[in-house]
Design a protein around this ligand. Sequence first.
Ligand SMILES: [Zn+2]
Length: 263
Amino acid sequence: MENTVAQRIEALSKVQQIDSELDAIRKLRGDLPEEVQDLEDEIVRFETRIDNLNADLGSTEANIEQLKGKIQDFKKRITYLEEQQMNVRNNREFDAINKEMEMLDLDIQVAQKKIRDNEADGKVKRDKIVNTKEALEERRKDLQAKKAELDEIMAESEVDEQKLLKQRDKATKHLDDRLLRSYNKIRENSSNGLAVVSVKRGACGGCFATVPPQRQADIREKKKLIVCEHCGRVLTEVEVIEEVEAAPKRRSTRGRKATAKKK
Ligand SMILES: [Zn+2]
């Protein structure tokens, strides 16, 4: 079904009013949702790091165990050779056994050196694990505090937000896609999140550029959609002076942050 211009203007005003309230809610939450998300990501990174370090440390410790086993084997062989050496028949056999024992001593020294290297390596990894765990604990505490803060704000505002989003869905049904797209676009580019404004004291309520009397008359007529020639915002009505005096100036310039962090 076709909506009249007046209905579309009314729907636009409604959507704008809802969006401004949503902006206010999001502004209240501030950077908290992003900060919570960042902390959660960082915690996952730290946990992964600790897991990897533990796995590394595990293989370092396995290396050490393996080397210790080898040394045991070398030592057993040396004990065996010492006994053999007692029963040699000539110098040649004695020297051959001696040579093998010397080689085994060398093997033991090499293995011991590798154990020391692995132990040093293990210490570095253990220190890293301790440091990462400390950092992780700190982030967890931060997260807990930030999450509690956010939960509190969310509890206060989530119901309102859901209600507003439902109302918005309903209100946008009166707008065709093209109009809604351009509304969204103007809002994105607007520092205060306002795409739909009224004329106040003869000026656009968004950019304060003067709106010529003829255009003001067109706006009052509601026969077609009138936009501000200067900023492109949709002008829905011309406020009479008394209303201007009474209207609170809350949303005039302070929406910048809330709009900027929407994305
Ligand atoms: Zn304007």
